[in-house]
Structures are given as C-alpha cells and as structure tokens.
Write a protein that binds this ligand. Structure first.
Ligand code: HGY
Ligand code: MN
Ligand code: MN
Length: 363
C-alpha cells in the first residue's frame, strides 16, 4: 500500500486501510477479509484484497487523483475460525460491534478475544472509534466458492443477495461412566445423543431442499478418554437459507429436533446462538452499476445469490454494497485446493477497476 503511495492506517480492531485521497473525502471502499479457515485455500478473502490493490494501482497510475476518495480495506476476523464471532472487523466498521463482546466472546479454551487484542496492542475500549460514517459505496471481489459460474461457462457473477446465516454452539450433557463396567442400557452417553442430532440436522436440511444447508463442523467430547463414556459433547451448528421464511422454518425445525432427541435420550441440551444474520439484499444501484459495467466490458456474467457469508452482508446494512464473484475451480473452497486460474481472475479485477473508475473518477 505504501509503495502505491496510499495513506496506510489501521483501526481499533486491527482492520487495515489504504487510502487514495480524492476531492470528496467520502470513500469508495473495496477489499475483503485477510483471515481464513483452518486448512483453507489461498483465495478466500485474499483475492478481494489483492484485486482491490491491483485495481487501485491501475487507476492511480492511469488517472491520478480521484474525484472521490478510494480506499482499500483489509478486514480482520471475518470467518470466526478462532472466535465464535465472525464479521468482527466489518461490524466494528459499521458500528454494530458491542465493546462488551471483547470480554464475552471466547475461544475454545475460554480466552476472551479482548486478551488477544491487547496482546497485539489493541484496546477493546477503543472499539467504537472504528466506526466509519464516511463510506459512499463498498464493492467486494470474491471467489464464488461454488460451481455455478464454472458450470455456466461465465466470467463473473454480480451478487444480489447473501444467504441468511445462523451459528450456534450445542452442549449435550450426559454422564461420564467407566467404559468397561457400565452396561449399555444404563448409560447416558452424550456423544450418541450428539451423533443422532447431527444426522437429524442433515436430514432436516436435506428434506427442506436446496439451497437449505446445515453443518456440524466441530465436535468436542469430554473427558475425551477412550475408556470413558462421554459425559459431554459440544458441537457447532451452522444453518443457512437465502429465503427468510424458509430460513426461520429451518431453524425452528432444528431446534425442535435437538430438544426432542435430548428428551428421548434423557440428556440435557443447551443451545447458545453466536450468529444470526438474516438474508441480506445487496444495493440495487450498485448491482446495476456492476451489470452495466460488465456489459460495457463485454463480460459474460449473471446475477447470483451467495451461499457463503461475506463482510459485504454487514457492510450492506450501512453503505450501498454489492459483490463481484469469479469462478471457483470445481466449486472447491475452504480447503487447500481452492483455486481459480489467473485468466479467470482477471475479468473480475477488470470489472472492479472499471466500476471503481465510474464511482471515483467519473462520478
Ligand atoms: O462461512 C462462510 O460462509 C464464510 O466463509 N465466512
Ligand atoms: Mn470463508
Ligand atoms: Mn470469504
């Protein structure tokens, strides 16, 4: 960013900004998240940052100072991989992050995210200072993480809406017992309850039909010894649907199922919600601008709904926002072989650059 001659600063939660000052200080902002998932791929998030830097570099080199300020965003903590509170960076920017969460949001070992902030010189009390009320537009370039563009042989997607997303932690309490001396009919095995719940969760989403999804991605058993009947099972629940009514129906069905299974197995169950984001529409104006620009560039594109969550769903509640997708090879993502060849990345960066030109130079 410094090499490009951008003003570089970071905010109270560790987001990073590269700013190209224009006559009008309200910013046309573009970027994505710098974090990813365990065992993730090289493009989720990172592509949106590098694409933004490439687009801004080209505009600055060819057109000089913009009429409206351009800003590249490097957003932190989107995934919620270490802490159950994703969109941490975007929520700080839009002023929807409660500073009290620095103490209440804890990792799997019970360590508050506020401790991790302080460990890198950030002050949780300063979180409100991260709020930005000077952003005119936000555009995010991202991999599709699905295979619709590849199957349709198209170059880019213009995202019109982002799916509704629910995340919770489910704790199933049974009774730890000796694995050798406790008869099967006398056990209160928390893992068997959790296992039945996981199967039922998948069944419910499957019965609701595409694009409903529900995932148990992380399970922890306690005490976790090979010769002790698990007394406690803790698992994550991620459920999504782009239609609000069906999203609510999915969540209700899941909750009923978890409690029915616990009651029948004489187990206790506690569900703690960590995330609830309704399906989020993107700005019609920004979508139209992306579509018109894609047409002007002769790009083959289509409107899309995102099954993945993005910082844009948070930004869209505060600023006119839309997203550009480029294809993902085989739809693979959140895994090391996540990939998009450069010739399929370039059309997305071109669309971003020309859209930013229209927003920051032509406006
Ligand atoms: O989970 C998601 O959809 C995104 O990668 N945070
Ligand atoms: Mn991701
Ligand atoms: Mn992402």
């Amino acid at each position: 960013m410094r090499e490009l001659g951008l003003q570089v600063r970071s905010d109270a939660v560790g987001n990073l900004f590269g700013r190209l000052e224009g006559d009008d200080p309200t910013a046309v902002m573009t970027g994505s998240h710098i974090d990813t998932v365990p065992n993730g791929g090289p493009l989720d998030g990172a592509l949106g940052i590098l694409g933004a830097l490439s687009a801004v570099e080209t505009l600055k080199t060819q057109l000089g100072r913009p009429r409206r300020t351009l800003e590249v965003l490097v957003c932190c903590e989107e995934e919620g991989a270490a802490y159950p509170a994703n969109y941490w960076g975007a929520r700080a920017i839009t002023g929807t992050l409660d500073p009290a969460e620095a103490a209440s949001v804890k990792d799997a070992d019970g360590r508050p995210i506020g401790d991790a902030m302080r460990a890198v010189g950030l002050d949780p009390a300063a979180i409100p200072s991260a709020r930005r009320q000077d952003v005119a537009t936000f555009v995010e370039l991202h991999i599709e993480q699905g295979r619709l563009l590849e199957d349709a042989g198209l170059e880019v997607g213009v995202v019109g809406a982002i799916t509704g997303q629910y995340r919770a932690q489910v704790v199933v309490e049974g009774r730890p017992d000796h694995a050798g001396t406790t008869p099967m009919d006398l056990r209160s095995d928390a893992y068997l309850g959790a296992a039945e719940m996981a199967l039922r969760v998948a069944e419910i989403a499957g019965q609701l039909g595409r694009p409903a999804v529900a995932t148990v991605g992380r399970v922890r058993l306690e005490p976790g010894a090979v010769n002790v009947v698990p007394g406690r099972a803790t698992f994550s629940l991620d459920a999504r649907h782009p239609d609000l009514a069906l999203f609510e129906e999915l969540l209700t069905s899941l909750d009923v199922a978890l409690h029915e299974i616990a009651a029948r197995r004489d187990l206790a169950v506690a569900v703690t919600r960590h995330l609830y984001e309704e399906p989020t529409p993107m700005s019609a104006q920004v979508q139209d601008l992306l579509g018109e620009t894609a047409d002007a560039l002769g790009l083959r594109w289509m409107p899309m709904t995102s099954g993945a969550g993005h910082d844009s769903e948070i930004m869209a509640r505060a600023y006119p926002t839309a997203m550009i997708f480029v294809p993902s090879q085989g739809g693979r993502s959140h895994r090391p072989d996540e990939w998009t060849p450069i010739e399929q990345i370039v059309p997305g960066v071109r669309l971003l650059a020309h859209t930013l030109r229209r927003l920051a130079y032509d406006a």
